[in-house]
Design a protein around this ligand. Structure first.
Ligand code: CP3
Length: 342
């Protein structure tokens, strides 16, 4: 079967399907007991990401269990700064911690070592394409430079990314220097994922929504455009989904400014905004992941609402952000059944 026949790829090409294909952000994760069992084999999270056997296995788990229409490569957005030589640490119970940004750190970054460092991730992509069912789309991804940089300016996750925003105003040259490095490495990495067998790509900009108008253009749209252009200059047929979280009012600007082929909607995007955007590009989303935790009527209502609002155009069913660890796995099975009309 040709890759353009995969349901997710058909939607990305602009087709409206009778039933939308479905996958879930963070579908390989701690809500699954079989994920936790594999995860226990590699105490360091980055080592886990770089272990081709383990990463392949956990990527396949949700496909086997639920038959999702797309698999997303198991990795993390921080493998890119790690590959460049930027100090990244995952602390138990605290999440990722990056060394605070400084010109000394940026000057030490080395593009030449990036792909050698990321070779195990590309090997995972190759293994996945060989092992996945032919009808399953394989998605590669990277973090948007602003979102990656947020964790380095602040050193860790902070509410509203106050430190990153102050840093962007006080020393835009430093942030630009770091982001330029991330852009270059991300282009190389995404092209390698495509060459390894990824069918399409997603760029996660989880923190786009904290920026003011000027910052949104400067730090989210601008660098994302460079990545999209850079990838497409080398692989003109590449399909790229952008996910600028909490940016409902700026989605049109984001889509037109970045050149992405489709856009992920978070759960706060209003129906009328989603439908306007869907006239320009295919959309992905956007049920609140907490409905999936709650289950029952709340889940059914959320699914039906998304299907109704987005059902008249090209739509890939997804959550408005990642599935959370406390989600009961049986709720996910119920969601897939209902979306598929079974
Ligand atoms: O979607 C998938 O299943 C693919 C894998 C994937 C992970 N992270 C695995 C992961 C993807 C696409 C990401 C993206 C990512 N990582 C983003 C952007 C999307 C988003 O969710 O906002 C961001 C901001 C990160 C950074 C990150 N990684 C944080 C803040 C954390 C800690 C919080 C948490 O959920 O634990 C991680 C760790 C991480 N990345 C886990 C997984 C499954 C959990 C780590 C573990 O198993 O111990």
């Amino acid at each position: 079967m040709e890759s353009h026949e995969r349901a997710v790829m058909r939607v990305l090409a602009g087709e409206k399907l009778e039933r939308p294909p479905i996958w879930m952000m963070r579908q390989a994760g701690r809500y699954l007991p079989e994920y936790r069992a594999e995860r226990a084999k590699a105490p360091n999270f980055l080592d886990f990401c770089y272990n081709t056997d383990l990463a392949t296995e956990v990527t396949l788990q949700p496909i086997r269990r639920y038959g999702f229409d797309a698999a997303i490569l198991f990795s993390d957005i921080f493998v890119v700064p790690d590959a460049l030589g930027y100090p990244v640490n995952f602390e138990e119970g605290r999440g990722p911690v990056l060394e605070p940004l400084s010109i000394e750190q940026v000057e030490k970054l080395d593009q030449a070592r990036t792909m050698e460092h990321l070779a195990p991730v590309i090997a995972t992509v190759e293994r996945l394409r060989a092992e996945l069912p032919t009808e399953t789309t394989l998605l590669g991804f990277c973090g948007a430079p602003w979102t990656v940089a947020c964790y380095s300016v602040a050193g860790h996750t902070t509410q509203d990314q106050v430190a990153a925003r102050i840093g962007s105003y006080k020393d835009p040259a430093l942030l630009t220097a770091f982001i330029d490095q991330l852009v270059e490495a991300s282009i190389t990495y995404l092209v390698a994922q495509l060459d390894g067998g990824a069918d399409a790509l997603q760029i996660f900009d989880t923190w786009a929504g904290v920026l003011d108008d000027i910052g949104f253009e400067q730090w989210s749209v601008g660098p994302t455009r460079k990545i999209v252009d850079g990838v497409k200059a080398q692989r003109p047929n590449a399909k790229i989904i952008g996910f600028p979280k909490a940016s409902a009012a700026r989605l049109k600007r984001y889509v037109e400014g970045t050149g992405v082929d489709a856009v992920g909607l978070d759960w706060t995007v209003p129906a009328e905004v989603a439908q306007e955007i869907q006239k320009i590009v295919p959309v992905q989303g956007n049920m609140d992941p907490m409905r999936l935790v709650a289950g029952g009527r709340a889940l059914e209502t959320g699914i039906d609402h998304a299907l109704e609002v987005l059902g008249n155009g090209p739509h890939i069913f997804n959550l408005g952000h990642g599935v959370v660890p406390q989600t009961p796995p049986e709720h996910v099975a119920e969601m897939v059944k209902r979306v598929k009309g079974l």
